[in-house]
Write a protein that binds this ligand. Structure first.
Ligand code: BES
Ligand code: MN
Ligand code: ZN
Length: 489
């Protein structure tokens, strides 16, 4: 699919489908759109009236244009109220246009949406909307599924000088799509070994530094918490560290750490049925987002050094699995009582965070499908954000807003650390049920000493279920666009 900025005015555009956006309460046609309506012999106004189109956000309507006009179909998308216009409005409107055009078997799509912020930001949002809406994952279908016809060419009308912005948006989308594909792949296809292979491919394709620590290397570094989780699996653990270094002097040095459980059975504290055990391939979502961000950053080439880290393994049960109640020593010397083997993510992250801090970075962000409790608190759309550092929390929140990815800051309530106190060890890995997304964050905090740090619990937004009524289902690639914005900021 080709996406390009177009010089052609809306009225002169020729092709299969022309999509325009209208604001709520402002659907009486004026200016260019009125002229278009005239040119189409009143088809637009008729369509609006007949379908009772009101311009509400995410609404849309379309019709076939008869006769010999230069366009064959017209799509109208609602943009909501003008005062609520955000980049995400455009992203979603563009996604709707893309889906409709495809369904209606249009090979060429002209898209004319209002400007938000500036031309480049607008072009990027529209490109992301279209590209991500049209991405279809057919890797595991013996017969590829294709609802509609592939769009061959998209033109962004009125954004003539933004071809570079479009290219950047597409690089970011390639990262989002990688993250989605990693998360969507089942645990018998996405394993610690294949994750390491993906890292190798990324490093080779984009000329990045790659360090993979095997089990023995992790032992030498004293990563007892990570290895405790890994010991129940028949697959070897892989501690993956990818570095992006700019050619110029880096103005900042950052670390992104992703939870990388390619499957989480719960271990001997086996997940009961009804706890979505069959969905636990998504438990490497943090690592998926981390790798997706690698792919985007490696193409965008910012003047920032970024370390991407994931301690990848499975949480399984077997004769050599850790026992509930085992004590593990993490690489910072802390001794952890594993009172629940299903709180495994924080064990793997503990050693990954210690490793990240040793690199001497200016800030660390971790992403993890860490707790069901966070999903209970914030639902499926919103990630939880924890940080002792207000400035870094603000940086991430701003980056997320720009990306249209929702997150909400949660408290690091120190008093709740009481719940993690152990009798004979330094701390337990699991506290009481109430506030357990908070105690998970407090646990992680024990493994970051001085570096500004943000923890994102992405257990909700990593995946979209069919029953939520969304257009896109499955893995979301949540977080890649936020992290890219952050690194670039
Ligand atoms: N990977 C799960 C969290 C999870 C649950 C992610 C549902 C996505 C959807 C995590 O390892 C886990 O099992 N957490 C436990 C923690 C508990 C044992 C303290 C949980 O949330 O129940
Ligand atoms: Mn678990
Ligand atoms: Zn888990």
């Amino acid at each position: 699919m080709e996406i390009k900025a177009s010089n052609t005015p809306q009225l002169e555009w020729a092709g299969d489908a022309l999509a325009i956006g209208l604001f709520e309460d402002a659907i009486e046609l004026t200016g260019e759109v009125a002229k278009l309506d005239e040119m189409l012999a009143g088809t637009l106004s008729e369509l609006i009236e007949e379908t009772e189109f009101k311009g509400k956000a995410n609404s849309s309507t379309s019709t076939r244009i008869g006769g010999t006009t230069s366009i064959r179909k017209i799509i109208i998308v609602g943009l909501g109220k003008l005062e609520n216009l955000k980049l995400d409005t455009l992203r979603q409107a563009a996604a709707t246009c893309g889906r409709l055009a495809k369904k209606e078997r249009s090979k060429t799509l002209g898209i004319s949406l209002p400007m938000c912020q500036d031309a480049d930001a607008t072009a990027m949002a529209i490109t992301e909307g279209i590209e991500l809406a049209l991405h279809q994952d057919n890797r595991f279908k013996s017969e590829p599924e294709n609802l509609g016809l592939d769009i061959e060419k998209v033109e962004l009308i009125g954004l003539a000088a933004s071809d570079e912005a479009i290219a950047r948006a597409r690089q970011i989308c390639s990262g989002v799509i990688l993250a989605r594909e990693l998360v969507a792949a089942p645990a018998n296809s996405c394993t610690p070994i294949t994750m390491a292979e993906t890292a190798k491919t990324l490093a080779k394709d984009f000329d990045l530094t790659l360090e993979i620590l095997e089990k023995e290397d992790c032992e030498k570094l004293g990563m007892g918490a990570f290895l405790g989780v890994a010991q129940g699996s028949d697959l070897p653990p892989k501690f993956i560290h990818i570095t992006y270094k700019p050619v110029v002097t880096a103005r900042r040095k950052l670390a992104i750490v992703g939870k990388g459980l390619t499957f989480d059975s719960g271990g001997l504290n086996l997940k009961v049925s009804g706890s979505s055990i069959e969905m636990m391939k998504i438990d490497m979502g943090g690592a998926g987002t981390t790798f997706g961000t690698v792919k985007a950053i490696a193409q965008l080439k910012p003047d920032v050094e970024v370390h991407f880290i994931s301690a990848v393994t499975e949480n399984m049960l077997s004769g050599h699995a850790m026992h509930p109640g085992d004590f593990l020593t993490a690489s910072n010397g802390k001794i952890i009582e594993v009172n629940n083997t299903d709180a495994e993510g924080r064990l793997t992250l503990a050693d990954a965070l210690v490793f990240a801090e040793k690199l001497g970075v200016d800030a660390i962000v971790d992403l993890a499908t860490l707790t069901g409790a966070c999903v209970v608190a914030l639902g499926n759309d919103i990630a939880g954000l924890w940080s002792p550092n207000d400035d870094l929390a603000a940086e991430i929140t701003t980056a997320a807003e720009k990306a249209g990815e929702k997150m909400w800051r949660m408290p690091l309530e120190e008093k709740y650390f009481e719940g993690l106190k152990a009798m004979h060890a330094d701390l337990k890995n699991t506290g009481p049920r109430p506030g357990s997304a908070i105690t998970a964050a407090l646990f992680l905090k024990q493994f970051v000493k001085n570096t500004p740090w943000v923890h994102l619990d992405i257990a909700g937004p990593v995946w979209v279920d069919a029953e939520n009524g969304y257009n896109n289902q499955g893995a979301t690639g949540y977080g890649v666009r936020t992290l890219v914005n952050w690194v670039l900021s």
